[in-house]
Design a protein around this ligand. Structure first.
Ligand code: F6P
Length: 330
């Protein structure tokens, strides 16, 4: 990490990896802050793919009209295999240079930030990363862009499942996203009164789940919803439901995989505000010579963390959240 102000005139902004609600608000904030500091701002379309294919266009204030409130990313996103190769990155560098772009703001998850870090190491292009992922799995920020909206979306969907689960006295296994992290599952589980929350980070043996379900049966609970985070070693919602069905054959069991609907929709007010603060802080960080860093928010304060740490250090789930979830689900 360096911390010496440098002369930046043109910045490029891109979104990469899985889209997340709030990415548009973040791009808007980067563009607005860029104009405020008299910079030219270039949109790099389809993430690193667009950098390699020269899909790069200058943005003006019209490009960001009415995007704050929209889900997805108007710059589009991609996961680029070619950027993982030195040849791909060289092509990308040549394209940036041909536009005179001297710094980057990269909005995405750990793969996207790894790209920015490598690019800085190889070509010295200053880059600031923004944590854009619904998974909330990045160290160096309490919350990532899109996580709050994804949790709201999951909870909204589970509320609907609850209605039908209660009407039929059914046990539902609902699988949520998160790749190999359980943050969405924990929040969605607490926020939807789940009977149990299964996450990749912690063991939750089937026997314990059976005990919990039997206990709830005695307590005359009308419905049971078990939240399963994708990415667990014991499998997803389908696999776990099958194990439970073998032990509790009389239970009427259904499975719902929420999937990509968790990535869509208008960003929540929280995500709009978070993205806006982080976008402005990214540009200000670059101008202050803070690069190869990710800008995040910790205890409501803007914090710059070296990208290397943000991607390598583990963000742990909070045991206290799990303890509380356990109390609430009995
Ligand atoms: O990282 C965001 C995320 O939505 C994960 O939760 C999920 O595992 C993955 O992306 C899905 O990726 P794709 O859209 O490429 O299938």
């Amino acid at each position: 990490m360096q911390d010496q102000p440098i002369n930046i005139k043109k910045i490029g902004v891109l979104t990469s990896g899985g889209d997340a609600p709030g990415m548009n608000a973040a791009i808007r904030a980067v563009v607005r802050a860029g104009f405020y500091y008299n910079l030219e701002v270039y949109g790099i379309y389809r993430g690193y793919e667009g950098m390699i294919n020269d899909d790069i266009r200058k943005l003006d204030s019209r490009s960001i009209a009415h995007v704050l409130e929209r889900g997805g990313t108007f710059l589009k996103s991609a996961r680029s295999l070619e950027f993982r190769t030195p040849e791909g990155r060289k092509k990308a560098y040549d394209n940036l240079k041909s536009h005179g772009i001297d710094a980057l703001v990269v909005i995405g998850g750990d793969g996207s930030l790894t790209g920015a870090h490598l690019f800085y190491k190889e070509f010295g292009i200053p880059a600031v990363g923004l944590p854009g992922t619904i998974d909330n799995d990045l160290f160096g920020t309490d919350l990532t862009i899109g996580f709050d909206t994804a949790c709201n979306t999951a909870i909204g969907a589970i509320d609907k499942i609850r209605d039908t689960a209660t009407s039929h006295d059914r046990l539902f296994f609902v699988e949520v996203m998160g790749r190999d992290a359980g943050f969405i599952a924990i929040n969605a589980g607490i926020g939807s009164a789940a009977a149990a929350i299964l996450i990749p980070e912690k063991k939750f043996p089937v026997e314990k789940l059976i005990d919990r379900l039997k206990f709830r049966e005695k307590a005359k609970k009308e419905s049971n919803i078990v939240i399963v985070a994708e990415g667990g070693k014991s499998g997803g919602a389908q696999e776990i439901s099958e194990k439970v069905k073998k032990i509790l054959p009389t239970y009427d069991i259904k499975v719902t995989i929420l999937g990509h609907l968790q990535r869509g929709g208008a960003p929540s007010s929280f995500d709009r505000i978070l993205s806006s603060k982080l976008g402005v802080s990214a540009v200000e960080g670059l101008l202050k010579g803070k690069f190869d860093v990710m800008v995040g928010i910790i205890n409501n304060k803007i914090v710059y963390t070296p990208i290397k740490r943000a991607i390598i250090d583990d963000k742990e789930v909070d045991d206290e959240d799990l303890r509380i979830a356990g109390i609430l689900s009995t």
